[in-house]
Design a protein around this ligand. Sequence first.
Ligand code: MLT
Length: 317
Amino acid sequence: MKILVNDGISASGIEALEKAGFEVINTKVAQEQLENYINDKGIDAVIVRSNTQIRQELIEACPSIKLIGRAGVGMDNIDVEYAIDNGVHVVNTQEASALSVAELVFAHLFGMVRFLHQSNREMPLEGDMSFNTLKKQFSQGTELRGKTLGIVGFGSIGQEVAKMAIALGMKVIATDTDVQEATITIPFFDGQSVNFSVETQPFNDVVSKADFITLHLPAQDEYVITATEFDKMKDGIGIVNTSRGSVLNEVDLVNAIESGKVKYAGLDVFENQPTPEIQLLMNPEISMTPHIGASTIEAQERIGVELANKIIKLLSE
Ligand code: MLT
């Protein structure tokens, strides 16, 4: 069976698939050439990340496809329901990247509260001429310990964030439409661990009580955070979005930054990916990364192996 790996997976994932007897074609086929390529080569399974779109028309036009593998969590680039209704397996990796995303949340949080994103822009330009001015400019940082972190979306990534926040001494409050309660186990280096039970709360309570908010939701048809929600938040709120751009109204975010409602903002995802709005890119108040939440060597390793094992199981049945 032939598997097209269109957005890349780890070498160990490819190795596992080849060992199981699959022919792996690890190449990038442009979106508009995918249909011809899949049909010409008789591809049985396609593995994608978020770049390649697997829409109904493509699935319909490529009857050889038996499986679509998503190396990651979000499935917004795949017409999952149509695929499943038409007998095509769709698999993703739910937990493999949770730790990496959670660490990126804290990279933004720690960076934001000490203005690293601004300092890193200004030090190369003015660090020698205006050192003391910059020192003064960035001397009003804050600490995370003791602050309340509101987690919107309490699945595996949200829970991983909770783990780190609790370990850091933050108070955690969370909201989720499906999860009522979760046991957060914090493991220590010496084998000990501590359990915390976190009961989720209504969305509005979390949004209004938090000092910092982090978003962990799938792609949405309607924004979850708009001017209305910003109005409910504490003044000087910090917000991080590492989930999907469609969750947060970026125009409302910029307005909320300008009004002083939002003091810190960290974005890993954007409404217009891969061409985020210039108003965001040029905004010195925002800590930004180019959708790298799951992009660590360790996470990609776990994702590749987990996906390969799921594919081997499903296509060997
Ligand atoms: C995911 O959904 O797994 C992450 O956002 C990473 C990605 O899309 O590449």
